[in-house]
Design a protein around this ligand. Sequence first.
Ligand SMILES: NC(=O)c1ccc[n+]([C@@H]2O[C@H](COP(=O)([O-])OP(=O)(O)OC[C@H]3O[C@@H](n4cnc5c(N)ncnc54)[C@H](OP(=O)(O)O)[C@@H]3O)[C@@H](O)[C@H]2O)c1
Length: 305
Amino acid sequence: MKAIVVTDEAAGTAGMTLAERPEPPAAINDVVVEVHASGFVPTELTWPSTWTDRLGRDRTPSVPGHELAGVVTTVGYGTTGVSVGQRVFGLTDWHRDGTLAEYVAMEARNLAPLPGDVDFTVGASLPISGLTAWQGLFEHGRLQAGQSVLVHGAAGAVGSMVTQLAREAGAHVIGTGRAADRQKALGFGAMEFVDLEGDALEDAGGVDLVFDVIGGDVQRRSAALVRPGGTLVSVVGPVEARPADGLAVDFVVESDRAQLGEIVRRVRDGRLRTNIGDVASLDDAVAAFNPTGRRKGKTIISVRP
Ligand SMILES: NC(=O)c1ccc[n+]([C@@H]2O[C@H](COP(=O)([O-])OP(=O)(O)OC[C@H]3O[C@@H](n4cnc5c(N)ncnc54)[C@H](OP(=O)(O)O)[C@@H]3O)[C@@H](O)[C@H]2O)c1
């Protein structure tokens, strides 16, 4: 099968190549999915799990990409919950070969049904950004209606989902980002916008929840804005700053079939909009992941157009 592989950590996305790889077999509780569309997070090539297995052994050449939408072709021994021919979408294991390939083997529990009226391209754009937003807001951030949320990178893949879900949940949403992202963030439902390069972040005032996708100085300054009893949630590694009288949580997104169902239900009924930028074929994937200009949204690879 055709797949994008990486072998050189230092090369980043420039080191991606299109290669021929064996089709993966289905292990116990696995399915093999014929990938129709695949999503990729640009920072993936800095994650240790892209390069090593759970024992820290080199697993290159590895296939990146952890989001997919496709059709189940094989069901492994003991696998329940999905069947051959079913349309599915989901999130693959960090330590296994991923979805920038014609086929992927993964645990069935990491998949949810993809309704027939939702495009594969849309399905592949949802798992990481949608689940990260859901888990950060409702599990780790314990967001309640009427609270205020500072959403960093509100025009980005995760931030646009956070903004929409927080608004739907009845929160007051303050988005941040670069000056050029103001209208996009407001379009996703942010009620105010802070240009991190031009405005004073401190003018956002006190908030109940900070959802951080940036880290560093932005995170340190944001921690000071968290009201007593509030929470700072980070998805960019261990928290670097704690609110004086609140919680700080960092987490890595996990697959969850019920939450994937909630997310796709909102896409179908119009409550949630995707943030898809370029859509490219597998043959053009390397070029798509090495754009000359700024990315306009999430890049999706249409493996079977
Ligand atoms: N822990 C987890 O489970 C988890 C899950 C998903 C994502 N993540 C991480 O979350 C981060 C965001 O992912 P994403 O897919 O949402 O990326 P993305 O689509 O690139 O969104 C990030 C947004 O924040 C903006 N931004 C970044 N730094 C900024 C700064 N200093 N000032 C103003 N705006 C800034 C970006 O603008 P530019 O494009 O101009 O930089 C972009 O609009 C990544 O580091 C990713 O690895 C973690």
